[in-house]
Design a protein around this ligand. Structure first.
Ligand SMILES: [Zn+2]
Length: 333
């Protein structure tokens, strides 16, 4: 996926030849789970293989104590509109663009949401943190009559969700100051890897959950074989420079313990996406003709089908591409 709209915008506003398109980067210096950088060392370097939003080479560090992989340095908050720019939204997940892949994913995600929400009372309040354009909220609205709302910091995504009639809050959760103990269930699906402070975010989620309420998390799994294969550079889950904190099972359990949430379940689940982009990034980096790299993207059913098979087998052995986690706020007191 070479990002045609990015190329279009670049041609209308060409950078002078020889001037690098660099982002303002910030030093992180520590693993957010262990609160120290003493055990971290570089594990990967890579560029924005998917959207080509800058010329920077990024470094991922891995904490030897908990296993967390984190981007350091990472783009400053002031650069978010550049790394999630028009090119990013050009690939928003719509049935028109993604056809059968959309329908298969919607069905799979609906099944998971049904399991997660089974037993919630009819008057339950559910919040989707990092709701994007409202994909999961729309699915939830077809499963039950609950009160559902979403949070996202991206104005384009929030506008798209509101256009579907969904209730959305624009901003980051920690700034929105919801009342204590308001929600019966929270979901963070492909969210926690994008945020700078997963600990602060989960503390805030815990604060707004009712006692005994749960939060469902889905995120990339660095305990997977595709990470092992591509971890020096090409792994699709790096999504340079948009994934800032990446977890394996151990780091996730340590994160949960640190914010006083109990692990109800922690499993892996199938996803062809990181596999597909690992191959895409490798082909692009090796200078393969664009026509080959383009075969490995989310709108190409062949690659998705192939890696769905591969990752389904791995998931049987607990080595799927994503982590699927349910945490619970303790009841009582
Ligand atoms: Zn750590």
């Amino acid at each position: 996926m070479a990002g045609p709209s990015k190329r279009n915008s670049a041609s209308s506003d060409p950078a002078p030849v020889g001037v690098a398109r660099s982002l303002v980067l910030e030093r992180v210096g520590r693993c957010c789970v262990c609160a120290t950088g003493d055990h971290a060392s570089p594990v990967a370097t890579g560029e924005d293989f998917e959207y080509d939003t800058s010329d920077d080479t990024f470094i991922a560090q891995q904490c030897a104590r908990c296993g967390l992989v984190y981007l350091d340095p990472r783009p400053a908050m002031s650069e978010l509109s550049k790394i999630y720019g028009d090119a990013y939204h050009a690939y928003e997940f719509t049935p028109e663009r993604f056809g059968i892949a959309y329908r298969v994913r919607a069905w799979l995600e609906s099944q998971r949401l049904r399991r997660w929400t089974a037993g919630l009372p009819p008057d339950a309040r559910i919040i989707d943190v990092g709701a994007g354009d409202g994909f999961h909220l729309s699915l939830l609205s077809r499963i039950g009559d609950w009160s559902i709302e979403g949070v996202d910091p991206d104005p384009t995504a929030v506008a798209a969700a509101r256009a579907k009639g969904l209730t959305m809050h624009l901003g980051v959760l920690e700034d929105l100051a919801f009342e204590n103990e308001t929600y019966d269930f929270a979901i963070l699906i492909m969210t926690i890897e994008h945020v700078g402070d997963p600990v602060g975010l989960l503390r805030e989620v815990r604060r707004i959950l009712k006692p005994g309420a749960k939060v469902g998390i889905v995120t990339d799994n660095t305990g997977s074989p595709d990470f092992a294969l591509g971890k020096r550079r090409h792994w699709g889950g790096y999504h340079f420079p948009r994934h800032w904190n990446l977890f394996n099972e151990h780091a996730m359990r340590k994160l949960a313990a640190g914010v006083d949430l109990e692990v109800v379940s922690l499993k892996t689940m199938m996803s062809p996406v990181n596999w597909t982009y690992t191959v895409h990034n490798l082909l692009k980096d090796w200078g393969a003709p664009g026509v080959f790299a383009k075969q490995f993207s989310l709108d190409k059913p062949l690659a998705l089908g192939l890696f769905t098979l591969v990752d389904s087998v791995l998931t049987l052995f607990g080595r799927g591409a994503l982590l699927r986690v349910v945490l619970q706020k303790k009841s009582g007191r």
